[in-house]
Design a protein around this ligand. Sequence first.
Ligand code: AMP
Length: 208
Amino acid sequence: MIIVLIGPPGAGKGTQASRLAYTLNVPHVASGDLLRAVSVQDTPLGQQVKSYMVAGQLVPDDLALRIVEERLAQPDAANGVVLDGFPRTLQQAHRLDDVLAGDGRRGVDVAIYIEAAREVVLERMRARRRDDETPEVQVKRYDVYEHDTLPLVAYYRERGTLASINGEQPIDAVTRDIAATVRAHSVGGNSAGADALKPAATAIQAHE
Ligand code: AMP
C-alpha cells in the first residue's frame, strides 16, 4: 500500500507514520529526514537544502521529488511505504502519481489527513521547540503548510482516497483511528501489509 500522511507541522505525523509503517511492515519514508541527511553534508547541495530548511521554506519540488523517488526505488519499498511529509505541494502530488504509474503501481491508496487547528499545533510546536527553530520559523512553517500543502486535501478528496482523522485527540486515539481507516480502505483489496492491521492494537502498543 502507498499511504500518504498530510497534516500541519505539530500534528504528530512523524509518530503516526512510524507506528503505521511498523504495523504494516513497510518503510516509513520521511522526506524531512531524507532532506536533513542531505543538509548536513558539506556540499553546495547540502548548503542549499539547509538554507531552505532553516527558513521554514520548502525545498524546490524537483529536489524533493528526486530524493523521494530514489527512496521509492529501493527494494524494501516494493510492497508499499508510508510517506510522511511528501507530497507537500500539488505539483509533487501530480508527479508522485506519474512516478507510481510509470512503475506500474496502483497509485496512492489512502491519503490520511491529520487535522488539527492552527492554535493547537502552534502551541505544541512552542512546547517542543528545537534550538534551531525560532517562533517566527514555526509560524512560517505553518503558513507554508496552509498555502502549499492544504490544497492536497481537495486533491485526494476528489480522487476518493482521502480520510480525515481528528489530530487533536490523544496520540493513541489518533493511531487507532488511522489503523481503522487503513483497514477499511484495504477491505476487498489485496494490499500488501493490510493483514497486519488485524492485530493492530497489540502491535502498536508493543512498538516504541
Ligand atoms: P519535516 O521534517 O517534514 O517537517 O520537514 C522539514 C523541512 O524539510 C521542511 O520544512 C522543508 O524545508 C523540507 N521538506 C520536507 N519535505 C519536503 C517536501 N516534500 N517538499 C519540500 N520541502 C520539504
